[in-house]
Unconditional design. Structure first.
Length: 730
């Protein structure tokens, strides 16, 4: 027998010292080599590592030690997405201030050195000023270079440290040991301006990066800290961390919901826009679910705590968004592979260019060329091109109630040709009601008792309608000995008097249950959904269920057609019911009486025709199709199985979010392409320019300080372009 799979543990580790794609590649390669490490993904914008590992073979201490050996520092080791995000944001804020103050220091010293053009300042005084700028203004670069050196690798810090150090020590050399001839001059201004421009660019980059995570940070920053717990008949205010599942929590008008729970008493409306993006408050009465972080508007509520801590929907969304931002698609993997060779290639290019200029020109020009090539090269722009756009875009999608779970969606969504919709609970509201009961060979009470027993343990929308009708009629379901759900067909429930079946006409025919012709004619002719009941192998009647279309569904169908995407309806319901819904929506292609595996085959058929296919569903029976589709979209109101099988979850249950999700994904993809084109074009053009390749044609060579400014602004341009997604009109 094969060995059982070992349970893996997940951890979120905010990091210090991660600046470019080379850092990401080094960390992922080094940590992946640890025995027991199953998966490593490092997110560059948030500088956070997401790990999956075997706790029996690996521990936090060993992982932290490996991170240290690679030249970085683990700031925390947590299973909590919120605490890790807090630590990462604090580190980003600290780093932003470091860059800003060192920029000011370098700017002041450079300003002093520029007065050399007006006043006659001693070369030794200039050397001291340049040394202060090089050491104190650029210490973080030198420290990063030393750590990379200990790890026997190189990164962006290496390039900046080497370029400034070569320029500075060349100046020290010609000042203390001036060569014969006197035509070699120290380049103190270049040292100061190089440090100043790069620090300024890094400050702008850090400042912009902090804005990238605003949408996700907002989700947990406003989470309430205290709750009113009802204990022993008395109300007490306690920290949210003290609330346990089963505790009774009270909620007053204007207060935030502290934890997830189910309403026991009271009536109110709750603003859930934080989670769903939907501005209209949701009505809450007994039995309704409330979610942490949402705001109670009008009435008082009393509810039982169910999801607390990391198990709230809010924290699950934060964690899912962070993990999806850290996931990498094929484009990012390609960029990472290129970036891994980028720094060594730049260093060799700088050496080769300096050697040629030393041979054909002189030492000062060779030093300038060497420093300029190192300073102008920008691995950060390439490294940030994909993850920055993903971080901003996924955060904006989450704030709009669209949870994108998989980074590969961006590479698949641009060519969507077909969207297949489930019917019940997807294009319809799923709030079914029993509009009519037709008992056959028994009384209505007996029929409803049997139906209630069959559906008592089911999660299907049909079951909710049955339970509501039974409660309204004061009928309790018969005791159930065993229960089995058959997705897309119906349910089986064993009671004391025999087996009860409840399901579709097609399933009854398959199961060999005889349905009278008169009943069959009524069932076939009706445009409503039908739920047939049999007891001990004998047909007992049917229930007619009615449902309403979700608002905006007709608009969605028109928008899809306008975008060149074909809408298709697929349902396990009868032909007449599905045809009526399709006609109401304006959908030309529909498939009725489709079982779960047939939905999957339907998706496969469209894919075989060369059409990129998306599927939207909400139930357990949609999971096979959602998994098979190029892009699976699940409604939040659906089952956990459907959500787990999907790439995108629509938190607001608004079907118009389908086209919004497609547009957001396309916008992210477009920005990624722009970032990549800019990053590669920038390096392809400016590295040869800095090396002096165009000097024979145009007599142009860029000085090191200009190269440093260009390098800094290249990263900033990628970040700012990604931030446009925050203002994009979708």
């Amino acid at each position: 027998m094969p060995e059982p799979l070992k349970p893996l543990k997940k951890a979120v580790v905010p990091l210090e010292g991660v600046h470019c794609a080379s850092c990401v590649t080094r960390l992922e390669t080094g940590l992946s080599a640890l025995p027991g490490m199953a998966k490593v993904s490092v997110n560059l914008p948030s500088r956070t590592a997401f790990l999956s590992y075997d706790p029996a073979a690996l521990g936090a201490a060993a992982i932290s030690a490996k991170i240290e050996a690679l030249g970085y520092k683990a700031l925390a080791f947590s299973e909590s997405a919120a605490s890790a995000e807090n630590t990462a944001l604090q580190e980003l804020s600290r780093e932003k201030h470091v860059f800003f103050y060192r920029f000011l220091l370098a700017l002041a010293l450079t300003g002093f050195m520029l007065t050399d053009y007006v006043f006659d300042i001693s070369s030794y005084t200039m050397m001291v000023a340049a040394g202060l700028a090089w050491w104190f203004g650029g210490w973080h670069f030198h420290d990063g270079f030393l750590r990379a050196l200990r790890a026997r690798t190189a990164d962006m810090n290496s390039l900046v440290s080497l370029s400034t150090s070569v320029t500075f020590f060349y100046g020290v050399y010609v000042t203390l040991l001036p060569p014969e001839g006197g035509h070699y001059h120290a380049q103190w201004h270049e040292v100061g301006m190089l440090i100043t421009f790069i620090n300024f660019g890094r400050w702008l980059e850090a400042r912009s990066r902090s804005r990238a995570g605003e949408a996700v940070a907002k989700l947990f920053k406003i989470a309430p800290k205290f709750a009113r717990r009802l204990k022993g008949g008395k109300e007490e205010t306690v920290p949210v961390a003290d609330i346990l599942p089963g505790d009774i929590v009270t909620l007053r008008p204007g207060e935030q919901v502290p934890v997830d729970g189910r309403v026991l008493a009271g009536a109110s409306s709750v603003d859930e826009s934080l989670l769903t993006g939907e501005p209209v408050p949701a009505d809450k009465t007994k039995g309704a679910l409330v979610y942490a972080g949402t705001v109670n508007k009008t009435g008082a509520l009393e509810f039982e705590a169910q999801g607390v801590g990391e198990e709230t929907v809010l924290m699950k969304i934060v964690k899912a968004v962070e993990e999806s931002q850290a996931q990498k698609g094929a484009v990012q993997h390609l960029v990472d592979r290129i970036s891994a060779w980028f720094v060594p290639a730049v260093f060799l290019t700088a050496l080769a260019a300096a050697g040629l200029w030393l041979h054909y020109a002189d030492l000062p020009r060779a030093v300038n060329i060497f420093a300029a090539v190192l300073a102008v090269a920008c691995p950060c722009a390439m490294g940030l091109a994909v993850p920055m756009a993903v971080a901003v875009g996924f955060g904006q999608a989450a704030s709009a109630g669209i949870l994108i779970r998989n980074a590969d969606v961006l590479e698949r969504v641009s060519g969507i040709d077909v969207v297949i919709f489930d019917k019940t609970g997807t294009v319809t509201e799923g709030r079914l009601r029993l509009s009519a009961l037709r008992a056959w060979d028994c009384g209505e009470k007996e029929f409803l008792e049997l139906l209630a027993a069959a559906e008592d343990r089911s999660e299907h929308p049909f079951a909710e309608a049955v339970r509501a009708k039974a409660a309204e009629a004061g009928i309790k379901p018969l005791p159930v000995v065993s229960f089995e759900a058959l997705p897309g067909k119906g349910v089986k429930a064993a009671v004391a008097s025999g087996e009860v079946l409840a399901g579709s006409l097609k399933w009854f025919d398959e199961a060999g249950v005889s349905v009278p012709e008169a009943a069959r004619a009524e069932i076939t002719a009706s445009p409503d959904s039908m739920l047939l009941v049999a007891h001990a192998g004998r047909f007992k009647g049917y229930a007619r269920l009615s449902d309403a279309l979700r608002p905006g569904t007709e608009t969605l169908v028109k928008d899809l057609a306008a975008a060149g995407i074909e809408p298709v309806l697929a349902s396990g319901d009868r032909q007449a019911v599905v045809a009526a819904v399709a006609a109401a929506l304006g959908i030309k292609t529909f498939h009725a009486e489709v079982f779960p595996e047939e939905k999957r085959r339907l998706v496969m058929r469209y894919k075989a025709l060369g059409k990129r296919t998306a599927m939207v569903g909400d139930g357990f029976n949609d999971a096979p199709g959602l998994s098979e589709a190029d892009i699976g979209m699940a409604m939040r109101s659906g089952t956990d199985v459907a959500a787990q099988a999907s790439d995108i979850t629509l938190m607001n249950n608004d079907l118009r979010s389908v086209i919004t999700a497609v547009k957001i994904s396309r916008a992210i993809r477009r920005v990624i392409n722009q970032n990549l084109v800019w990053a590669f074009a920038y390096n392809a053009a400016l590295i040869p320019l800095a090396a002096g390749a165009f000097y024979p044609l145009w007599g142009v060579v860029i000085p090191p300080y200009f190269a440093g400014a260009a390098m800094a602004l290249s990263s900033v341009s990628v970040v700012m372009n990604s931030l446009r997604l925050k203002r994009a009109k979708i």
